[in-house]
Design a protein around this ligand. Structure first.
Ligand code: GDP
Ligand code: IMO
Ligand code: MG
Length: 427
C-alpha cells in the first residue's frame, strides 16, 4: 500500500481537519508530518465542535492509530491540554496516539524567542502564531534541538538547561522580558513528564511496516502550500515544508511510496497574519465573506483576511505537490454573492501572466478576474450531488478545466455530514 497525503493548497485553514475526519474510516493510520501547535484543525459532528492543534484529526474514530511524525514540533503544555480536552469528550488517547521519538520539542524559551523576534521586526512582523515554531525549527536545523526521545534519558535536564542558557543570552540581546520564564518552565517540565505516559516510537519503521502489511495510511498536512518555507510567500511563511515532499521527510516515507495527493482549497481564499495576498478584498464583499465564512483563526482567534479564489496560486500549489485529486471547501459561504470572481491571471509589472511569480507583493501584482454567475441558494442542507445548483456545478467545472484536476468532494458546511462526494472511491 502507498501513503495518501492530504494538504492545504492556500494559506492554511482550508478545512483539512474536517476532511481528514471524513476520510478516516478509509484508513488505518493518520499521521501528521510537519508544523506544530500553530495549526488549528476544526472538526464538527454530533453537536461537538473541536479544535486540534498537534494531534492528528483521526483521533475521534475508533480503530485508527494516530501518529505524530518526526517532522512535527511539539509543545508538551499544549499537547497535554489537547489530551485533557479529548478526555473530557471521552476519547482516551493511550491506545491510539503515538509520538515519533525524533519529533522536536518546543521549549518555553522558544516561545519567548518567537515573541522577541516578532517584536524586533515591528511593522515587518510575520504575524506568527507565537507558538515558538520558527525558533524550534531553527534549533532543529542548527543541530541543537531536544527531541521526544530525549525526555526519558538521564541527560534530559542537563540538555534542557544548556539550550535554555543559549536562548537566554539571545533573549538578553533582544532585551526581552523573561520574568515569566520560571512559571512557564515549571508547567513545561511537568507536562514533558506526562508525555512519558504515551508511546514513543520509531515512526518511520512503524509506517513502513504498516505499508508492507497492507495498512492504509493518510498523511495530514498542516498550514498550506503558500506558507511553505521554500515555495510560500517568503518570508511571510511558516518554518516547515508544508508541501507533499514534507510528508516524505516528516514521516520517513520514500517518494515512490506516495499514493493519492489530496489538495484542499476554499471556494475563495483566506490568509491570517502578514504577507502578500493578491486577491485580498478590502470592501463589503470581503467583509461579507469573513462574516458568512466565520473567518476567525482557530488557534489565535485573529480575523482572517478574505478574497476571491486565485488560480495562478492554486496551479502553482498543484504543480509543487503533484496533486491528484482536489477537494473544495466552504462552497456554502459564496451563496450570498450574485456573481463570483475567479482570478485567472495576474498583471505583473505591466504584463499578463498566468504563473505564480517570485514576488507577489501588492506593488507588483494585480489580479485579473473572470466573473461567473452565483447560485444564490442555501447549500447547507443539500446532501445529494444531483441537488446542487447548476451555477455551482458550472463553477466547479470551470475550476476543474483550469486546474486540470477533478474536484472530488464539495463541502457545504462545517459538519462531517455536510460533505458531497463526486468520487465513489472516497464516499
Ligand atoms: P484547517 O486548519 O485546514 O483544518 O481549517 P480550520 O479548522 O482552521 O478552518 C476551517 C473552518 O471552516 C473551521 O471553522 C471549519 O469548521 C469550517 N468549515 C470547514 N468546512 C466548511 C464548509 O464547507 N462550510 C463552512 N461554512 N465552514 C466550513
Ligand atoms: P492550519 O494547519 C493559517 C501562519 C501565521 C503566520 C505564519 C507564520 O490550521 O492551516 P508561525 O506560527 O508558523 O510562525 O506563523 O503562518 N500560520 C497559519 N495560518 N493556518 C495555519 O495552520 C497556520 N499556521 C501558521 O498566521 O502568518
Ligand atoms: Mg486551521
Amino acid at each position: 500500500m502507498k501513503v495518501d497525503v492530504l494538504l492545504g493548497l492556500q494559506w492554511g485553514d482550508e478545512g483539512k481537519g474536517k476532511i481528514v475526519d471524513v476520510l478516516t474510516p478509509k484508513y488505518d493510520i493518520i499521521a501528521r508530518f510537519q508544523g506544530g501547535p500553530n495549526a488549528g484543525h476544526t472538526l464538527e459532528f454530533n453537536g461537538i465542535k473541536h479544535v486540534l492543534h498537534t494531534i492528528p484529526s483521526g483521533i475521534f474514530r475508533e480503530n485508527t492509530l494516530n501518529i505524530v511524525g518526526n517532522g512535527v514540533v511539539i509543545d508538551p503544555v499544549i499537547f497535554k491540554k489537547e489530551i485533557n480536552a479529548l478526555a473530557e469528550l471521552g476519547v482516551d488517547v493511550k491506545s491510539n496516539l503515538v509520538l515519533s521519538k525524533k519529533a522536536h520539542l518546543i521549549l518555553p524559551t522558544h516561545r519567548l524567542l518567537d515573541a522577541a523576534s516578532e517584536k524586533a521586526k515591528g511593522k515587518e512582523k510575520i504575524g506568527s502564531t507565537l507558538k515558538g515554531i520558527g525558533p524550534t525549527y531553527m534549533d532543529k536545523t542548527g543541530r541543537n534541538g531536544l527531541r521526544i526521545g530525549d525526555i526519558s534519558e538521564v541527560y534530559f535536564l542537563e540538555k534542557y538547561k544548556t539550550l535554555k542558557q543559549k536562548h537566554l543570552s539571545l533573549l538578553a540581546q533582544f532585551e526581552f522580558d523573561t520574568s515569566e520564564l520560571d512559571a512557564m518552565e515549571k508547567t513545561w517540565l511537568a507536562a514533558a513528564e506526562e508525555l512519558k505516559k504515551l508511546k514513543h516510537i520509531d515512526s518511520e519503521h512503524e509506517l513502513n511496516n504498516a505499508m508492507k502489511t497492507g495498512k492504509a495510511v493518510l498523511a495530514e498536512g498542516a498550514q498550506g502550500s503558500l506558507l511553505d518555507i521554500d515555495f510560500g510567500s517568503y518570508p511571510f511563511v511558516t518554518s516547515s515544508n508544508t508541501v507533499c515532499a514534507g510528508a516524505c521527510t516528516g514521516l520517513g516515507i520514500a517518494p515512490n511510496r506516495i499514493g493519492e495527493v489530496f489538495g484542499i482549497f476554499k471556494a475563495y481564499c483566506t490568509r491570517v497574519g502578514s504577507g502578500p495576498f493578491p486577491t485580498e478584498l478590502f470592501d463589503d464583499d470581503g467583509e461579507l465573506m469573513q462574516k458568512e465564512g466565520n473567518e476567525f483563526g482557530a488557534t489565535t482567534g485573529r480575523p482572517r483576511r478574505c478574497g476571491w479564489i486565485d488560480l495562478p496560486a492554486l496551479k502553482y500549489a498543484c504543480m509543487i505537490n503533484g496533486v491528484t485529486k482536489l477537494i473544495m471547501m466552504k462552497a456554502d459561504v459564496l451563496s450570498c454573492f450574485d456573481n463570483i470572481k475567479v482570478c485567472t491571471h495576474y498583471n505583473y509589472k505591466g504584463e499578463e501572466i498566468s504563473h505564480f511569480p517570485y514576488d507577489v507583493a501588492e506593488s507588483l501584482v494585480s489580479p485579473i478576474y473572470e466573473e461567473l454567475p452565483g447560485w444564490k441558494q442555501d447549500l447547507t442542507g443539500i446532501t445529494d450531488l444531483d441537488n446542487l445548483p447548476i451555477q455551482l456545478i458550472s463553477y466547479v467545472e470551470f475550476l476543474e478545466k483550469e486546474l486540470e484536476l477533478p474536484i472530488t468532494i464539495i463541502s457545504v458546511g462545517p459538519n462531517r455530514s455536510q460533505t458531497i462526494h463526486r468520487d465513489k472511491a472516497l464516499a
